[in-house]
Design a protein around this ligand. Structure first.
Ligand SMILES: [Zn+2]
Length: 273
């Protein structure tokens, strides 16, 4: 279970035996990499704020540092927190996913979701079973004052978001393990996922700003950023080819949203009798 011997050089990704050596109680020397001759992990001496900034800037060295060379035990707390945030955003109709659904399903009967419907110049023809799912999404009227129903819908969306995320991680992991060199253990996959998913935190301001014209642009800026972050983290994790990682990422995202789109109406049907 221990990942202690799995250190890698943050510059070149080659395995390293140790990050530093102790020479007496107050003397500590950072290990040099045998392969690239650089310092194996300069980040162990850095302030966490600097590491965080480098992570935001999508530095692969900082990503390797977190994924391979730190304990980062609270990753599952981060995972749950981000899952709650994502659910909250979907619940409030504040995501690109909602805009896509409301536009595709032509949902505009509800005052709270009016602003997330885009009028298309053409008529979309969607499969019959998608139309049934659409009806399930259209049912979510939140202008009533019944807080209990409102709250129950949050739990439903949490479950369907969770199902989507499980599908995303499994698809990405299975496809990348089949095609790439690196075999990543499950714990490290979850660690890497929660790290990449942290880009969701930038979506939080939009939830506070409320509806507005800037929202769509905010989403359109954030979505590519999240995709590039995931691409970078997947490359660090599996060392797969660039183009293959792009294909796997797009496919995994499609499966994720497809799952959430279809699971939500099913759960609503079950829970609402
Ligand atoms: Zn190296």
């Amino acid at each position: 279970m221990s990942e202690k011997n799995d250190y890698i050089c943050v510059n070149c990704g080659v395995a390293a035996a140790a990050l530093y050596r102790n020479y007496g109680p107050s003397v500590l020397k950072l290990t040099k990499c045998d392969s690239c001759k650089g310092i194996v992990d300069k980040y162990i001496e850095y302030d966490p704020v600097i590491v965080a900034i480098d992570l935001v800037l999508m530095s692969r060295e900082a990503q390797r540092h977190i994924i391979y060379n730190t304990e980062f035990k609270s990753y599952w707390k981060l995972l749950i927190m981000l899952m709650l945030l994502e659910t909250f955003a979907v619940w409030k109709n504040e995501t690109l996913f909602n805009i896509a659904i409301n536009t595709m399903c032509d949902i505009k009967n509800n005052s709270t979701i009016n602003s997330t419907h885009i009028s298309l110049p053409i008529n979309l023809s969607i499969p019959q079973n998608w139309k049934i799912a659409c009806q399930g999404w259209a049912q979510s009227e939140k202008d009533g004052s019944d807080l209990f129903i409102w709250e129950k819908d949050f739990y439903i969306l949490f479950l369907s978001t969770f199902a989507g995320i499980i599908m995303f991680i499994s698809t990405a992991h299975i496809l990348m393990s089949l095609c790439a060199l690196n075999k990543a253990p499950g714990r490290r996959v979850l660690k890497a996922f929660s790290l990449a998913n942290a880009s969701l935190l930038f979506a939080a301001p939009a939830l506070v700003w409320g509806p507005g014209a800037a929202r769509l642009y905010h989403h359109l800026l954030l979505a590519p950023y999240a995709l590039v972050t995931f691409h970078s983290v997947l490359r660090v994790l599996y060392e797969g080819p660039r183009s293959l990682t792009v294909v796997v990422l797009i496919l995994s995202n499609c499966i994720k949203y497809f799952t959430t789109f279809h699971v939500t109406p099913i759960l609503r049907n079950i829970m609402n009798g």
